[in-house]
Design a binder for this molecule. Structure first.
Ligand code: HEC
Ligand SMILES: [Cu+2]
Length: 315
């Protein structure tokens, strides 16, 4: 929409239009205020400069009306911008349940991308148009920040948490993404390209990758490898909760609080099980922090997500 402006970055997402409107509105309001204030300053400086003939005869009395009017008007203008911006912020950072969920691990100095079907790429991301793409981030070392300028979306990628970001791309094309948090001497090389394809091209691309196992399937074998199934499997003798139907629901904890079973919750269960306990179960879940890397963690989480729609009858 604002493409005719010089240096305006290309844009290809719904978020982009909304963010650009806000930026333009902020620039317009700020410019109007700056022009008014500086215009008056300059006018009066010139008019009443030393030696000018302008009449200084009748000094005006102080008018509270103008002063209060001006202060309230700017206050309202900026509060309105604040409310508008807060609304957009909440919309940008509350991820809807994506049509496609893609895992991205940031590490010095690359982005490792894993698709639900098991396809992997490095410093590249292929997505179809018209679908809500949900990105789930983890960092293997330091704080990174993932930014796709053309979509106007950006999120810090912080070690020890799973951050999420979503977007919906309109037009096929190739757009740049980059790390915007200085993260070491090769930081500048932490860039890549998002390739937005039509849904049918995307299907071809997925099959061309020729992968054997989906992410969830790889997670299932890890689930056995790490011994999770020994406790959480159907034949376990340990009193541990079934993970069927867990993802996306609410979990009641021993201390009376309730948490939503999202990625961050699953991550905490596996890496920090001693900080909370699921109500009604013994606190025997072993701590896997330091043993499971980000890659494996994402596969395990993908596996647990894939159990979301299985019946939780024996839970
Ligand atoms: C020694 C048995 C045991 C092993 C091994 C084990 N867990 Fe657990 N797990 C438990 C128990 C008991 C709970 C419930 C009590 C608690 O929260 O500590 C639990 C809770 C959980 C929860 C939360 C479930 C809910 O209903 O909210 C998740 C997720 C989980 N475990 C995943 C795993 C994964 C993944 C592994 C393997 C990497 C694993 N567990 C290995 C015993 C185990
Ligand atoms: Cu980085």
């Amino acid at each position: 929409m604002y493409q005719w402006l010089p240096f305006w970055p290309p844009i290809s997402s719904k978020q982009g239009i909304v963010v650009d409107d806000l930026v333009i509105a902020e620039v317009v309001v700020s410019t109007l205020i700056v022009l008014t204030v500086f215009g008056m300053m300059v006018t009066f400086c010139v008019r009443y400069r030393r030696g000018s003939q302008a009449s200084r005869a009748h000094l005006m009395r102080k008018t509270w009306r103008i002063e209060i009017g001006w202060t309230v008007a700017t206050l309202i203008a900026f509060l309105a911008l604040f409310a508008w911006g807060a609304d957009i912020y909440a919309w940008l950072f509350r991820s809807p349940p994506g049509d496609i969920e893609i895992y991205i691990v940031g590490k010095q100095w690359m982005w490792k991308v894993q698709h639900p079907g098991g396809q992997r790429e490095i410093n590249a991301l292929h997505v179809p148009t018209g679908k809500t793409i949900r990105l789930v981030f983890a960092s293997q070392d330091v704080v990174h920040s993932f930014f796709i300028p053309a979509f106007r979306i950006k999120h810090d990628v912080v070690p020890g948490t799973n951050e999420t970001l979503w977007f919906k791309a309109d037009q096929p094309g190739v757009y740049r993404f980059e790390c915007t948090q200085y993260c070491g001497d090769q930081h500048a090389t932490m860039t890549g390209e998002v390739t937005v394809m039509t849904p049918s091209d995307y299907e071809h691309w997925l099959t061309d990758q020729g992968v054997g196992q989906s992410l969830a399937e790889q997670g299932e074998s890890l689930f056995r490898q790490y011994g999770c199934s020994g406790c959480h499997g159907p034949n376990s003798t340990v009193h541990a909760p079934s993970l069927n139907g867990l993802y996306g629901g609410l979990v009641h904890l021993q201390d009376g609080s309730v948490r939503r079973a999202d990625e961050a919750y699953l991550r905490d269960c596996i890496l920090e099980p001693r900080t909370f306990t699921v109500a009604g179960y013994p606190p025997v879940m072993p701590n896997f922090s330091g043993q499971i890397g980000e890659d494996d963690l994402m596969k395990l989480i993908a596996y647990i997500q894939s159990l979301a729609h299985r019946s939780a009858s024996w839970r």
